[in-house]
Write a protein that binds this ligand. Structure first.
Ligand SMILES: NC(=O)c1ccc[n+]([C@@H]2O[C@H](COP(=O)([O-])OP(=O)(O)OC[C@H]3O[C@@H](n4cnc5c(N)ncnc54)[C@H](O)[C@@H]3O)[C@@H](O)[C@H]2O)c1
Length: 357
């Protein structure tokens, strides 16, 4: 069924680093969305909203008020990770469609409760948009796989390295983010799940993973030790059908942000990488330009996922990411973080849950 030119009314929660980017997209770049309200608990965000958004957008400093009285039909939750799950549950109870930034929670039981709740409301759309699934290059690589051009993909290697930050923002951020695997690795692990066929050939469909193991270093930012975190980590995931994912994550690259993924297929390999084709040749040598951060590299994805979500709500079109994807990636990342912290491999049980004491 088509609703013609109808636009879905949205409220945005969180006006932080990602939230302000999302707010501008919702207000000015989504033909099928009308931003009716924004909410942030931090003083000063009202001023930002007044200066940068249309006057018709209502500002709330109280999330409860906003959930109940904004007039929205859907919410985008872009707040601190610990607040995601309670806001999702309340929004679903208030009959609102929900899109929420990753991760749902750093805790497996909480993520499971949210996923079950969303399954109990098939009338409402629920989306955790994993950036790489909306990226042109990843979609191109996926098409190569689906066409059989690379043969059977037996392994994937993903690399994500943030530009080194002289202010070490992510050191204090680590206290609430759950650590590098849950905060950052959830993207690269999801990319691995997207590109590997991890569901075929399972003798027990509940169990997609056999075991994981992780290693890490404090190469530059020693203060991360306080939070059981590291600035360079390696994670290996053995899926139950034999496929292998290796992920390398870092916070210390001096040249810029890097995202590189290698697909290992029986007929060929493919590498997705963000290198620019433009070369500079000068007294420093030959080099290409890099991007400073993931927001810049994946900027188009923040429009594509919202457009897809609007189409799903208005026309009942399918979504690229399912709630199960957020749950599976969340379990793997919790297990990898645990493996790094404890120095042990983590096995998964027959219910598909990591065994962590
Ligand atoms: N590519 C991606 O998928 C991607 C990229 C960046 C961040 N994220 C996720 O987006 C979320 C936000 O990240 P960020 O970097 O913008 O964080 P941030 O700390 O810069 O901003 C969070 C904002 O939420 C506000 N807030 C906290 N609790 C609130 C509540 N209950 N109601 C309303 N506002 C509240 C804070 O005041 C703050 O302004 C995080 O969960 C992060 O993991 C996803």
């Amino acid at each position: 069924m088509s609703f013609g030119n109808r636009r879905i009314k949205f409220a945005l929660f969180g006006l932080g680093r990602l939230g302000v980017l999302r707010a501008r997209i919702l207000a000015f770049q989504q033909p099928r969305i009308e931003l009716v309200a924004v909410c942030d608990t931090k003083p000063g965000t009202d001023k930002w909203a007044a200066e940068n958004l249309p006057p018709s957008v209502k500002y709330f400093s109280d999330p409860q008020e906003c959930l109940k009285n904004s007039g929205a039909e859907a919410v985008l939750i872009c707040t601190a990770t610990a607040t995601h799950a309670p806001l999702i549950l309340q929004a679903l109870d208030l009959n609102l469609h929900v899109m929420c930034e990753k991760p749902v929670s750093v805790d497996i039981a909480t993520t499971q409760a949210v996923v079950e709740k969303s399954a109990s409301r098939p009338d409402l759309k629920f989306l955790v948009p994993f950036t790489r699934r909306y990226d042109k290059s990843y979609r191109q690589a996926k098409a190569l796989i689906d066409n059989g051009d690379l043969g059977q993909i037996h392994a994937v290697e993903t690399t994500g390295i943030d530009q080194a930050d002289p202010n070490a923002f992510f050191v204090s951020f680590s206290e609430q983010s759950g650590g590098i695997f849950l905060d950052f690795g959830i993207h690269t692990v999801d990319a691995g799940r997207y590109l590997l066929d991890v569901k075929s050939g399972l003798y027990n469909p509940k169990k997609q993973v056999n075991r994981v193991i992780a290693f890490g270093q404090l190469a530059v930012y020693g203060d991360l030790a306080k939070y059981g975190d590291a600035d360079n980590v390696w994670g290996l995931v053995e899926f139950a059908n034999g496929k292998i994912l290796k992920t390398y994550l870092g916070r210390t690259l001096t040249s810029g942000f890097e995202d590189t993924t290698r697909l290992c297929g029986t007929k060929g390999h493919s590498i997705i990488s963000a290198n620019s084709n433009v070369e500079i040749r000068d007294h420093l040598g030959i080099r290409t330009q890099s991007v400073p951060d993931a927001f810049t590299l994946f900027d188009a994805t923040f429009l594509t996922d919202l457009a897809e979500f609007a189409d799903a709500v208005l026309d009942n079109k399918p979504l690229t990411c399912q709630p199960e994807d957020a749950f599976e990636a969340g379990k793997i990342c919790a297990a990898l973080q645990y493996s790094f912290r404890k120095g042990v491999p983590v096995y998964f049980d027959d219910n598909g849950l990591p065994i962590m004491e």
